[in-house]
Design a binder for this molecule. Structure first.
Ligand code: NAG
Ligand code: NAG
Ligand code: NAG
Ligand code: NAG
Ligand code: NAG
Length: 632
C-alpha cells in the first residue's frame, strides 16, 4: 500500500536529483514525514535495463558538517549494514526490480525513529557499467504536543491599571517541531497590539530535544471582560498536515469602581411590624463591593458591610436609611436611601373595666387601640360575634347579658397585628336557678352519683346542699361540695350514695335573697347497667353552666309529636322485620344488609321504650342519647 502510494508520487515527481555525469536515473521524495518513535520508509527508485549492480545509502549530518556517512552497502555478493553508525540494528533495506518496466527500487526502512534522524538520506545506484546516479530525501520528524494547559490569574484585574495586566498563562509541552500558541477572547484571536494586548512567549528545548512553549497574555481589561472567556489554541505540524487543540476556557475577575449603590429590603414588599427582623442590603455596581456605611436619622449604624440587620424593630426605627459607599482607589462616593415604616398596634384600652351593674341598667363599653394602620374592632361573647364596632351598648342588663365580653382589634392589611381584651360584666340580683339538679352517671366502683346545681347571681351565691331520707324524713349527711365559679354564677357538685330514696335540696343565697330547688333521688342499691336512664344529665358537667331555662307547655306538644313519630318508626321497623323473618320481603344482598342494620337500630328504640320509665325519658334519650344513667 505504502509502496504503491510512493510509486505514484514518484511517477509524478518533477524534481529529480542526478549528477550531470550520471546515467542512472534515480528518483526520491524531497521529504518524508514520520512520527517520533515511528517507522520511516524512504524509497529510492531507479530506471535500469537490469537490477542495479550496487546500491549505497549515506546520511548527511545536519548543520555545517556536510560529510557523508555510509550506513548501508549492497552488491550482488554482499549486503553490509555499517556497524558503528546510528542505524545499526534499526535499519532495513528491501530491493525489488520489475523487468517489464525496467524499474527497480531500494526502500530504506528505519525503526523507532529518533529526533536525531531528522537529516538527509542519500541513495546512490550503480549499474553494470561504471555509471551511477543518486537521490536525496530529507526525513522530517514530528511529535504531537501535550494538551495546552491554561492558568488564569487568580487575583482580580483592575480596569484602572496603567499597563496591560496578566490574564493567563498557556503552556504546551513536548512538541516537535515547535508548536504555535494563539490566544482567543470569545472566539476572536488576539494579536499583540501597541496599547492594550501584550503576548509574552518563551520557547524551551528540553534535553530530549522536544519543545515547550509558554505564552503569557496581558491585556488592558475593560468592564465587559468580566463576561468574556479566554482560551489558547495550539497549532502543530503532524505528518502530512497541521493540527490544533484548544485549552479550557477561563473567565477573569475584573475589578471596577462603584459609581452607584442601591438599597434593597428583605423581605421585600411586606409591611413591617414591631418585633420583625428587617434586612437592608446595599449593593454597589462595582466589583469588588466597596466599604459601605449606613446611617439612620443622622446616626451611624453598625452593619456587616453590605447588610444592615434590624432586629426586633420598634416604631422609632421608622424613617430613612442611607447607604454610603466610598471607593478608596478612585475616590468615588455613591449613596442611596430607603424609607421604612414600622407598623404597630397598641394594647387595647377598654372602658369601663370589670363592672357590676343592677338589673335593668344600661352600659356603654368602648374599645380602642392605637395603630399606624386602619383597624377593625369586633365584640364577642360566649364565642359569638356581637357587633363590628368599637362601641358596644348594653341595655336593660340581666343575668342573660352578664358575662365576659371580648373586644378584638385586627389590622386587615397586616393580620399578624391583633389585640384582644376582655371585660367582665356582673349583674347584681337574687340568685336564680334555671335548671333542676342534674344527676350524673352512677359510678360502678362505689355506686356514687354526682349531683350538680347551677345558680346564677351576683354577688356569687353561696350554695348549700341538704339531703333527706324520703321514708324517714331524717336528714342525711352531705359530702363536701365542690364549687366552681363561672362567668355569671356558681356550679356546685356533691357526691351521693343513694342507698335509700332521698330528696336533694340545693339552696343558693346571696345578699339579695335565697332560691332553692329539690329533686327526688331514687335508691340504686343494685347497679343494673342495662336499664335506661330516666333523667337527663344534660351532659354539661361542672364547667359549662346550663343556659336554657326549662320550657313550658309549648315544648310538651313538640315532645308528644316526636314520641308519636318514634313510635310509628318503631312499629314500621317491627313490621318490616317480621316480614323479613317470614321471608316475604325479597331483597338482594346489599339491600338485605342495609335493612338489617336499620332493623337493629329500630329494635333498640323499641326496647328502650319498653324499659323506659316514662315518655319523657324516651324523648331525652332521643335527644341526648349518648349518656345512660340507671338511677331508678
Ligand atoms: C508557527 O508560526 C510560525 C511563524 O509565524 C510559522 O512559520 C509556522 O508555520 C507556524 N506553525 C504552525 C504549526 O502553524
Ligand atoms: C327589662 O327586661 C325585663 C326582663 O328581662 C323586662 O321585663 C323589662 O320590661 C325590660 N325593661 C325595659 C325598659 O325594656
Ligand atoms: C363525680 O365528680 C368527680 C369530680 O369531678 C369525679 O372525679 C367523679 O368521677 C364523678 N363521679 C361520677 C360517678 O361520675
Ligand atoms: C331546702 O332547704 C331550705 C333550707 O336550706 C328550706 O328552706 C327549703 O324549704 C328546702 N326545700 C325543700 C323543697 O325541701
Ligand atoms: C357565704 O359563705 C361565706 C363563707 O362560707 C360567708 O363568709 C359569707 O358571708 C356567705 N355569704 C352569704 C350571703 O351567706
Amino acid at each position: 500500500m505504502i509502496l504503491r502510494y510512493i510509486a505514484l508520487l514518484v511517477a509524478g515527481l518533477s524534481v529529480l536529483t542526478s549528477k550531470t555525469w550520471a546515467v542512472v536515473d534515480v528518483s526520491m521524495e524531497d521529504r518524508v514525514d514520520v512520527s517520533l518513535k515511528g517507522q520511516a520508509v524512504i524509497p529510492c527508485m531507479y530506471n535500469l535495463e537490469e537490477p542495479a549492480k550496487m546500491i549505497v545509502w549515506f546520511t548527511k549530518l545536519p548543520g555545517r558538517d556536510q560529510s557523508r556517512i555510509r550506513i548501508y552497502y549492497y552488491d550482488i555478493q554482499n549486503e553490509i549494514i555499517d556497524e558503528g553508525s546510528d542505524y545499526a540494528g534499526r535499519l532495513n533495506v528491501t530491493h525489488s526490480y520489475e523487468q517489464q518496466n525496467r524499474r527497480g527500487s531500494a526502500i530504506l526502512i528505519i525503526d523507532s525513529v529518533q529526533l536525531s534522524d531528522q537529516r538527509e538520506f542519500i541513495c546512490v545506484v550503480h549499474d553494470m557499467l561504471t555509471d551511477s546516479g543518486e537521490g536525496h530525501t530529507r526525513l522530517q520528524i514530528f511529535n504531537s504536543p501535550s494538551l495546552p494547559v491554561i492558568e488564569r490569574t487568580h487575583t482580580g484585574i483592575s480596569i484602572s491599571a496603567e499597563e496591560p495586566s496578566k490574564v493567563a498563562d498557556c503552556t504546551v509541552n513536548d512538541g516537535y517541531p515547535r508548536p504555535n500558541i494563539t490566544w482567543y477572547k470569545d472566539r476572536f484571536p488576539l494579536q499583540q497590539s501597541d496599547g492594550d494586548i501584550k503576548i509574552m512567549e518563551s520557547v524551551t528545548i528540553k534535553p530530549n530535544g522536544l519543545f515547550t512553549v509558554e505564552s503569557g497574555l496581558f491585556i488592558q481589561v475593560e468592564k465587559t471582560d468580566k463576561d468574556a472567556y479566554f482560551y489558547c489554541e495550539v497549532k502543530y505540524f503532524v505528518p502530512g498536515g497541521v493540527k490544533m487543540t484548544e485549552s479550557k476556557k477561563i473567565n477573569i475577575t475584573v475589578h471596577y469602581p462603584t459609581t452607584d449603590v442601591r438599597l434593597y429590603l428583605n423581605p421585600p414588599d411586606k409591611l413591617i411590624k414591631e418585633g420583625d427582623t428587617v434586612e437592608i442590603r446595599c449593593e454597589g455596581n462595582g466589583n469588588p463591593q466597596p466599604v459601605f456605611s449606613f446611617t439612620h436619622k443622622g446616626e451611624d449604624l453598625r452593619s456587616e458591610n453590605e447588610i444592615l440587620l434590624l432586629e426586633n424593630v420598634k416604631r422609632s426605627d421608622s424613617g430613612t436609611y442611607e447607604c454610603l459607599s466610598n471607593d478608596f482607589e478612585t475616590g468615588i462616593d455613591a449613596e442611596d436611601s430607603i424609607n421604612i415604616t414600622v407598623h404597630y398596634l397598641d394594647r387595647i384600652v377598654l372602658t369601663p373595666e370589670d363592672t357590676v351593674l343592677h338589673q335593668g341598667q344600661d352600659l356603654t363599653l368602648t374599645c380602642n387601640a392605637l395603630s399606624s394602620l386602619p383597624t377593625n374592632t369586633a365584640w364577642y361573647k360566649d364565642g359569638m360575634r356581637l357587633i363590628e364596632k368599637h362601641v358596644l351598648e348594653l341595655h336593660n342588663v340581666s343575668y342573660e347579658t352578664a358575662g365576659i365580653y371580648i373586644c378584638e382589634v385586627t389590622v386587615p392589611s397586616l393580620p399578624e397585628l391583633q389585640e384582644q381584651k376582655s371585660v367582665q360584666i356582673s349583674v347584681r340580683g337574687k340568685p336564680m336557678i334555671t335548671e333542676e339538679i342534674a344527676v350524673g352517671p352512677v359510678s360502678k366502683a362505689d355506686r356514687s352519683v354526682n349531683l350538680t346545681c347551677y345558680a346564677q347571681g351576683y354577688p356569687f351565691p353561696n350554695i348549700t346542699w341538704t339531703l333527706a331520707d324520703r321514708q324517714t324524713g331524717q336528714p342525711v349527711p352531705v359530702s363536701e361540695a365542690e364549687n366552681q365559679k363561672t362567668d355569671t354564677g356558681v356550679v356546685s357538685m356533691i357526691s351521693v350514695k343513694a342507698m335509700t330514696q332521698l330528696t336533694a335540696n340545693c339552696s343558693a343565697t346571696n345578699e339579695f335573697g335565697t332560691v332553692n330547688v329539690s329533686r327526688k333521688i331514687e335508691a340504686f342499691a343494685r347497679v343494673t347497667p342495662s336499664t335506661t336512664q330516666a333523667t337527663s344529665t344534660k351532659g354539661k358537667g361542672l364547667t359549662v353552666p346550663p343556659k336554657q331555662p326549662r320550657t313550658g307547655g309549648g315544648s310538651g306538644v313538640i315532645i308528644a309529636v316526636i314520641i308519636i313519630c318514634l313510635l310509628l318508626i318503631a312499629i314500621l321497623g317491627s313490621v318490616l322485620y317480621f316480614l323479613y323473618k317470614k321471608g316475604k320481603l325479597p331483597c338482594g344482598r346489599s339491600g338485605k344488609q342495609d335493612f338489617t342494620k336499620e332493623k337493629a337500630s329500630k329494635d333498640d328504640i323499641v326496647m328502650e321504650m319498653k324499659s323506659g320509665k316514662s315518655e319523657e325519658a324516651v324523648l331525652l334519650q332521643g335527644i341526648n342519647g349518648d349518656k345512660k344513667s340507671p338511677t331508678e
